[in-house]
Design a protein around this ligand. Structure first.
Ligand SMILES: Cc1cc2nc3c(=O)[nH]c(=O)nc-3n(C[C@H](O)[C@H](O)[C@H](O)COP(=O)(O)OP(=O)(O)OC[C@H]3O[C@@H](n4cnc5c(N)ncnc54)[C@H](O)[C@@H]3O)c2cc1C
Length: 579
């Protein structure tokens, strides 16, 4: 197995040259101290932690998995020590609020650290990113008392966080959850119900676990508008802030699953557990979306991270493995067989991975920069525009990154031939681990529905048009020798806008559902096309970027013609056939 190489050069190119985030940070008082040099140093150290602490226990973590005994869960050997090293160095609170002990590092940078965590050990990464997401939610919607109690130990990594939404009968449809919250005397609530599939719901890494739980109050209106959000700690918290007596929440079992085996996926039984209301009653689902949106981008990065790890492995293998003579005699080594990297079909697989990974990373940094503008930019007009962009692109990042993520791990596995199918090289674990990212945090189908319904049709296509208008403006700076690729992008954007206009006038109730996935993919292909042109035309781009952009447009982009044709398809095609 090749050692993980943090892709620092590409990351620096995106931060400094393509998006110039340090200049953007300088305009935001809260981020003014964040210099480009500091950003580079954080990335370099982050890369080391991932390579030296996360990567070495990825394989053994998969082999041993989490173990359940009488309600307790043991993480695989080495995880506790790794977590402590990671937490003690302050990485859990990297993007957290400084007033409660976080480091306040901008999202445009933390996305890259998340990518490296997922690349090297997705199971271990999940404990950390869920904690960061729970903190973000508490900080945005919790009372001062809740923030003071919970945020400091969570940022320190002494406690972790979870999100408890799913129930046996309620996954996508949270409006029908049954977990109840009964008011108690002292501003607290008794929480009762069963939550399933809770990531990090029980484990031995930390002193306490802080569950963010969706539940319904006795007077709750039916459906999603009747959901409230509660903090339920595994151990009650004493006056001095220490974890004390056990609360009435217990782990009934953990799932035996296809991948991410070192991430504990728990069934949690709440038997009148004491919980504390976050914000106002019945507004919990909206609050939870703070966490869900954070986790959606993060899970997208799981796709990109795992794709990059797999690509690195496949590239090293393809340079080393000799098999068959090169068709092009000038590439022959003179030995009986040449390294497989000389074969065009192997290059097809490698370049596909490279093109998806680097464009995905670029879109993540762009989106991170937009998230920072929403949070910190002093100009409210810029803030609002960025908020629309984030809303539009978050479901695309989640679904498009993770679909491409699985594609890449499978392609990388294919580069290894039969050796990719056996355990030794780690490729079959990568495929198993990457698969979940398409499913959890809202399935990719639900992301596509979110995009077409709430983010495009609900505002008459305004956010989409704004995004496309910005791309058109950006294309003016792209050199004229790329006019064909520019024209292609403009043609597709115009076609999407025309069809959205048509769909808006339709009274076909199933049309949005029929076109959802297609639209998500189209926006993904267009965004990546824009970013490839933007990267390739940057003064600092090497020949490698220009060549990979060429590959993207020659080989991957033509898929868009199929997607464009599919926009003609009406819901009859899906709903008429008997199943
Ligand atoms: C390993 C793992 C970890 C998880 N971690 C957590 C966690 O930490 N916290 C948590 O709360 N949950 C967690 N989940 C749950 C996860 O988020 C859900 O499994 C997921 O959201 C889908 O819900 P479901 O499994 O009930 O599927 P269902 O909702 O039953 O969906 C089944 C299928 O129907 C489709 N579908 C449903 N409704 C619609 C619709 N309206 N339109 C179109 N298609 C639709 C879905 O896309 C899917 O393909 C985890 C799950 C797993 C497997």
């Amino acid at each position: 197995m090749a050692d993980y190489q943090a892709p620092l050069e590409d990351m620096r190119f995106l931060l400094h040259d393509v998006f110039r985030l340090p200049d953007q940070w300088a305009d935001m008082p809260e981020l003014a101290e964040m210099s480009g040099d500091l950003a580079d140093a954080i990335l370099e150290e982050g890369g080391k932690v991932c390579a030296q602490v996360f990567a070495p226990i990825n394989r053994s973590g998969d082999e041993i998995g989490c173990q359940w005994h009488d309600g307790d869960v043991t993480t695989p050997e080495g995880f506790k020590e790794a977590w402590k090293t990671f937490a003690d160095a302050g990485w859990v609170g990297l993007g957290g609020a400084p007033e409660f002990g976080g480091q306040g590092v901008p999202k445009g940078l933390t996305v890259l650290f998340e990518e490296m965590q997922y690349a090297t050990n997705s199971s271990l990464a999940l404990y950390s990113v869920l904690t960061a997401g729970a903190c973000l939610t508490l900080n945005a919607h919790g009372s001062e008392a809740l923030k003071n109690t919970y945020l400091p130990p969570m940022y320190e990594g002494r406690w972790t966080g979870t999100m408890c939404l799913t129930e046996p009968h309620a996954g996508t449809d949270l409006g029908i959850i049954r977990t109840k919250a009964e008011p108690l005397d002292d501003n607290a609530y008794a929480i009762s119900g069963t939550k399933i599939f809770i990531t990090g719901g029980e484990h031995d890494l930390t002193e306490n676990i802080v569950h963010l739980v969706l539940a319904k109050l006795p007077d709750a209106p039916p459906g999603p508008k009747g959901i409230s959000l509660f903090v339920v700690p595994k151990y009650h918290v004493g006056e001095d802030g220490s974890a004390g007596e056990r609360n009435a929440v217990h782990c009934g079992s953990i799932e035996h699953k296809m991948g991410i085996k070192a991430s504990s996926t728990a069934v949690l039984n709440f038997d009148g557990a004491t919980g504390y209301l976050v914000g106002e009653a019945h507004k919990g689902l909206g609050y939870m979306f703070t966490m869900m949106n954070y986790e959606r981008l993060s899970i997208g990065l799981q796709g990109t991270g795992q794709a990059d790890w797999s690509y690195q492995q496949a590239l090293a293998y393809a340079k080393d493995r000799v098999q068959s003579r090169a068709a092009d005699k000038s590439l022959r080594t003179g030995e009986a067989a040449d390294p497989i990297i000389v074969h065009p079909d192997v290059r097809r697989m490698l370049l596909t991975q490279k093109a998806w990974v680097e464009a995905g990373r670029a879109l993540a940094v762009y989106l991170g920069g937009q998230l920072d503008a929403v949070k910190y930019h002093p100009d409210t007009a810029i803030q609002e525009r960025a908020a629309g962009r984030v809303a539009l692109l978050t479901p695309v990042a989640k679904a498009f990154f993770t679909d491409r993520g699985l594609d890449c791990t499978v392609l990388a596995q294919q580069v290894f031939g039969g050796h990719g199918y056996v355990r030794e090289w780690g490729m079959e674990q990568a495929v198993r681990d990457a698969r979940i990212a398409q499913i959890y945090e809202g399935t990719n189908g639900i992301q596509a529905m979110d995009l077409i319904g709430r983010k495009v049709l609900a505002n008459k296509g305004e956010w989409l048009q704004q995004f496309f208008a910005d791309i058109r403006m950006d294309l003016e700076a792209v050199s004229s020798d790329r006019h064909r690729q520019k024209d292609d992008l403009v043609r597709v954007m115009t076609s999407v806008e025309d069809h959205v206009g048509r769909w808006l006038k339709s009274d076909d109730a199933n049309l949005a559902g029929t076109q959802a996935y297609n639209l998500m993919e189209l926006v993904g292909y267009v965004a990546y096309g824009w970013l490839w042109l933007r990267m390739a035309s940057n003064d600092q781009a090497g020949q490698g970027k220009a060549d990979t952009a060429g590959f993207y447009f020659a080989w991957l982009w033509p898929q868009v013609d199929t997607l464009v044709r599919r926009m003609e398809c009406d819901s009859q095609a899906f709903m008429a056939p008997g199943l």
